[in-house]
Design a protein around this ligand. Structure first.
Ligand SMILES: [Zn+2]
Ligand SMILES: [Zn+2]
Length: 369
């Protein structure tokens, strides 16, 4: 079988030939891969900023956002059957006996950092024909989501954030999504990439009046897409952050999905009373940014604010993402489909990774582009 791979040592991207993997324990499942989504993490790996091959390999098979079909099951499998569609988790637990997070199946909260990640860190990814994985990392997806289920993994970022926001806002004796005497809570999403747009869908669906603040002008097709599923789009080229703050009113949630630190911290100035600020982007190569630390600390205290960083996702967020993607697809079928810009065959895997274009590009592994 073939795979799209990166050779970090030789700084090249190439197709490689691999032996088909075999099931070697009762809890394993063999998948035929169908779709693999490409994101900024793949782009960084392919610019050699990131990405570690498995031990004994010069290359890393790419791909962490994926959809597969079960084609074979070990003798101890109970939750999936042949023919089921599944989306696999990306992160595998670290080996340390005293990492309570990994030992509890919550490697997304790993303490040691010695976890492995499919297609990112010390485990081959899904951009290939067949994969063997442990049942505990798989989530069943209903067949009606076949066309869009590759979006489950990127949606888990928002779902994990929402689960945490709900926990944090249990400190308030009212529902934070409808906090103002029956009116909606207000959320601002920073960035209109796939993480931002999926996050905005999740916030709209959770009951927030949701604004997307991004650099594309308000005549851009992304702005039209954002409006089509019930958000208000505000272009950062047209309105300043203070203007955005005045427009929205008390901002209950800011969901940052850009990885751009300067604007991320400037946005803190407009976070409302009792607000939660969620950072999901990973800034990597920026210069130091200046922030008004005193004002920031003052606001945090006097307005009961929370700043939350979140990465990866647990089983609960995967289950929520599958459920919610189904709801989004029913509510806004055209908008969900429009998140997937183009599909490419495996032998053209370099193109969508190296030439950034559109929202979400997908590598198709079963030949039907
Ligand atoms: Zn990704
Ligand atoms: Zn761990």
């Amino acid at each position: 079988m073939r795979a799209g791979a990166v050779f970090p040592g030789q700084r090249k991207l190439e197709m490689v030939a691999l032996d088909e993997p075999k099931i070697s324990s009762p809890t394993q499942v063999k998948l035929r891969m169908l779709d693999v989504g490409v994101c900024g993490t793949d782009r960084e790996i392919c610019h050699f900023h990131y990405g570690t091959p498995p031990e004994g390999f010069e290359f890393l098979v790419l791909g962490h956002e994926s959809l597969g079909e079960v084609v074979e099951t070990g003798s101890g499998i109970t939750r999936v059957r042949c023919g089921d569609l599944v989306t696999p988790m990306v992160r595998h637990a670290c080996p340390h006996a005293d990492c309570v997070a990994c030992r509890s199946g919550r490697q997304d909260f790993c303490y040691t950092g010695n976890f492995q990640e499919r297609g990112i860190k010390r485990l081959h990814g899904f951009m290939t024909n067949f994969v063997v994985d442990d049942e505990k990392y798989l989530h069943r997806v209903p067949p009606e989501l076949r066309e869009v289920a590759v979006l489950v993994e990127p949606l888990t970022t928002a779902e994990k954030a929402l689960l945490q926001i709900d926990r944090i806002q249990q400190r308030l004796p009212w529902n934070a999504a409808s906090n103002q005497a029956g009116a909606c809570g207000r959320a601002v999403v920073l960035g209109a990439g796939p993480i931002g747009l999926l996050g905005a869908m999740a916030l709209v669906n959770a009951g927030y009046r949701t604004y997307i603040y991004s650099r594309e002008p308000s005549v851009d097709s992304r702005a039209g897409l954002a409006v089509s599923f019930g958000t208000e789009y505000v272009s950062s080229q047209e309105q300043s952050i203070p203007q955005l703050g005045a427009l929205v009113g008390n901002i209950d949630v800011i969901y940052e999905a850009t990885g751009a630190s300067q604007i991320a911290f400037e946005m803190l100035d407009v976070l409302g009373a009792n607000g939660v600020y969620v950072l999901t982007g990973v800034p990597r190569h920026g210069q130091p940014v200046s922030i008004h630390a005193e004002r920031l600390a003052r606001n945090l205290v006097l307005k009961n604010q929370v700043i939350l960083g979140t990465v990866n996702a647990g089983r609960d967020a995967f289950e929520a993402a599958i459920r919610d993607l189904g709801i989004f697809y029913q509510r806004w079928p055209a908008a969900v489909r429009a998140l997937i810009t183009r599909r490419y065959p495996l032998d053209r895997f370099r193109e969508p990774i190296l030439e950034r274009s559109g929202i979400k590009n997908v590598i198709v592994l079963d030949g039907n582009v």
